[in-house]
Write a protein that binds this ligand. Sequence first.
Ligand SMILES: Cc1cc2nc3c(=O)[nH]c(=O)nc-3n(C[C@H](O)[C@H](O)[C@H](O)COP(=O)(O)OP(=O)(O)OC[C@H]3O[C@@H](n4cnc5c(N)ncnc54)[C@H](O)[C@@H]3O)c2cc1C
Length: 572
Amino acid sequence: MERPELKPCEVVIVGSGFAGSLLARILAVQGYDVVLLERGTHPRFAIGESSTPLANLSLERLGIRYGMADCYNLATHGRWLAHFPEIRRGLKRGFTYYRHHPDQPFANRGLDSERLLVAASPQASLSDTHWLRADVDHHFVRQAIAAGVDYRDRVALTSADIAPDSVRVSGTRNGVPFELRANFLIDASGPSGFLARQLSIPSGLEKTETRSALVFSHFEGVRLMKDVVPGMPQGPYPDDWAAVHHIIDEGWMYSLRFDDGVTSAGFLLTPSGISSLRSSGIGDAATKSAATSDAATLWRAMVQRYPTLASAFAEATPLMPISFLPAIQHRLTRAVGERWALMPHAYAFVDPLFSTGIAWALRAVERLARAFESAPKNRRVPDPEVLNRYDAALAAEADQIDLIVAGAYESMAHFELFAAQAMLYFAAVSFAEVGQRLLPQDSVAWNGFLGVGDLVLGPLPRESLGRLRQITQRRGEAASPDERRAFVEWITRAIALRNIAGLADAGRRNLYPVDFDALIEQHALLGMTRAEILEALPALRGMGAEPPLTGESSRQRGPRFPHAELLGRDRL
Ligand SMILES: Cc1cc2nc3c(=O)[nH]c(=O)nc-3n(C[C@H](O)[C@H](O)[C@H](O)COP(=O)(O)OP(=O)(O)OC[C@H]3O[C@@H](n4cnc5c(N)ncnc54)[C@H](O)[C@@H]3O)c2cc1C
């Protein structure tokens, strides 16, 4: 059958998760002619729901730079509720961790409990959110269409041909074949890896240390930890309104609550965790086959093994079939070519521990948006040098995420080690966040993620993993009290030059609020005087001036974009 040609475009983006849709829309705002292709339809379920302060900073910057008021308003729980109450979300005040042991209820030993809470926001209205991705992604695709993106869903792409001066993709839509020519292709197809298959990009998975399987669903009727374990000492925020992590012998479980009571939950199981489950007869069938009923059996067995989780999930019902994925990691060896680029989730994925995905994807949206903004006028595609910079950044950052997460898995052998290893992550993100809020720079999109490129933080994850592997013997051994103490002391010293948040402080008893006093005390680490920090504090406390987002004043702040006036429309 003859393939009808779609009207050629400048940029074709494959995949309309939030990353593909946002980038498509920004490029349309910049005046590019963009086609966005999606194999499914919206709204649809998607995983990856817990946002973070760095993700929200990216959203705010994108909102301000490109006049997208909705992005700015979706960057805090308070503004989200005020402007988009119909888009479902959950309040996320911070990161909550508990250590559970098989066949024992979680031990509430007051301030000596195996419990760690790290606040990510000083108050609920400024807090992060869990994104109900069906709603959020649907919103962003509608906004992309409103900005002039040519969106086509239900496409089945069969090939991509990359020539030195153009790209051609072909496939079918509703069974009808088509071909589309473009100047540039962006793969935002996530782990299904459209371009990886088309271009046979070699896998770099052997570089990734982390390995985990996933069993997951959305549930209703999950009880709050505060009700299941009453009487825990008060933390810096209510334990349950957070990304809740339950660390277990076989890995860990995430539990993310949405404001309407739905909970997204999943167990991440390590290879050694799975083999010990198999040898104890649990989950044998489920881990060998991906059949839905077996996944549900595995889920029940895991929950029953940990009595406090059994209580929390006693009345819970899954809202969709419980699913099992035997391996969730992927990694490629290249993220760009002269006529193409991959979004991070198409390039690499490590693990949901520390919720790095959304922030990393949004940082990449910022980078590629800038790359197109500075494209030579006669070529209208990003400069190869900028693309190579993007490629190098993604490679280094994928390694860094992996090293921090692999260290965290190693440290699960003992909660004291885990709480110390987590400080590496929190030191890196809090230093970056405060720096970005107080000392905004135009080049921030290119700042390394999780301490990449930072002389102090950059090398720490690798060193930490090495130290942990030494003391745990790579067999999950809890190490001696002296070895654990030495590790905690090493982490405390190692992050000291970036510790603006009062982290790794034994006096805190693992309950960390947002600590403005610590920040003021550590002003010199940011290169600021005490007076300068005090003057800047209102911006951190959410009392700074709201930036202009639409109209002449917003356009004066950034470049003039031909479609910026479209973006005053928040809602469709
Ligand atoms: C278990 C798990 C938990 C996670 N939890 C978190 C978390 O708590 N916080 C966090 O920040 N990140 C998390 N992540 C990461 C997060 O999911 C990703 O960072 C995020 O989804 C990236 O968004 P995206 O738009 O790039 O890609 P995706 O969300 O993967 O979207 C890809 C889109 O492309 C479409 N598509 C795929 N193939 C094709 C094709 N051939 N043609 C056309 N369209 C196609 C898909 O239908 C989909 O709409 C998690 C990931 C996993 C696996």
